[in-house]
Design a protein around this ligand. Sequence first.
Ligand SMILES: NC(=O)c1ccc[n+]([C@@H]2O[C@H](COP(=O)([O-])OP(=O)(O)OC[C@H]3O[C@@H](n4cnc5c(N)ncnc54)[C@H](OP(=O)(O)O)[C@@H]3O)[C@@H](O)[C@H]2O)c1
Length: 264
Amino acid sequence: MLMNLSHKKVLITGGSAGIGKALIHELILQGVKEFAVVGRRQDKLEKLKVDFPQAEFILIAADVSQLEDVERIIKTVSTRWDHIDLLINNAGVISTGSLQTISDADIINQININLTGLILLTKKALPLLLKSEEAGLMNISSGLGYIAKPFYSVYAATKAGVKHFSEAMRRELIFENIHVMTVYPTATDTDMMITSKIENMDSAELVAKKSIEGLLSKNIDVILGGEQRLKDIDTNINRPLEMDEIAKERYESYRDKTEFHRAM
Ligand SMILES: NC(=O)c1ccc[n+]([C@@H]2O[C@H](COP(=O)([O-])OP(=O)(O)OC[C@H]3O[C@@H](n4cnc5c(N)ncnc54)[C@H](OP(=O)(O)O)[C@@H]3O)[C@@H](O)[C@H]2O)c1
């Protein structure tokens, strides 16, 4: 049966920009009115009220990589709502380059924001999700969570971690009323990509539309990037050395595109 989105209460991280903001817009189009939104910068959060006057927002300036912030997020939400229907773990950062050139701080922060924070928030939101009549947990991974590329070692590791965390939670919650799903965007035109040299990106609106279609249909995976991405995933699993050959051919291009790519 399709998930019913009307009257849902949605907690979303990283909803103040890019894919997260597009997800809020798409959910509003589907009839959702109540959002709790997490981001580090208050000014970006405040703009949501101007851009989407038809919705109600609980705005929480917090950093998902900080345990005390994660606890404050849940405390704030639980003073206003007695349950959460949909948790979207979308906040993410990136810092690329050869491993030796990525700063120690960027290594630690990518893991803590993209993976540790996502796991902790899920853990602490679960009691409220379990109170929903029909809940959803949507985790935003990346195409790099399926296929790792050179110069994306740390980011790809965090996104593969998100993939496996989602899969484990889907099975751990199999007897609960929580639909667990994972989204794997390919390069998407958001602030995160300003310092990359990648062209022909998907729009955040497309990623959001496909994600919410997937949620409504209770799909477990939403993989962006078309047929070729699906073929590449199959090749990577069954004939990984073929993907190594492609990495060899495109090595300099990958290096060039990732040299200054950083959004932390
Ligand atoms: N764009 C792509 O090509 C692409 C491809 C695959 C996957 N993804 C994934 O999609 C998700 C969204 O990316 P995007 O492209 O929309 O990025 P974006 O435009 O840079 O937006 C990131 C959002 O996350 C928030 N955020 C970042 N760090 C945070 C933290 N520590 N605590 C709380 N909020 C934080 C940001 O707000 P503040 O800065 O104010 O905190 C912002 O709202 C990420 O998980 C990303 O890895 C993106």
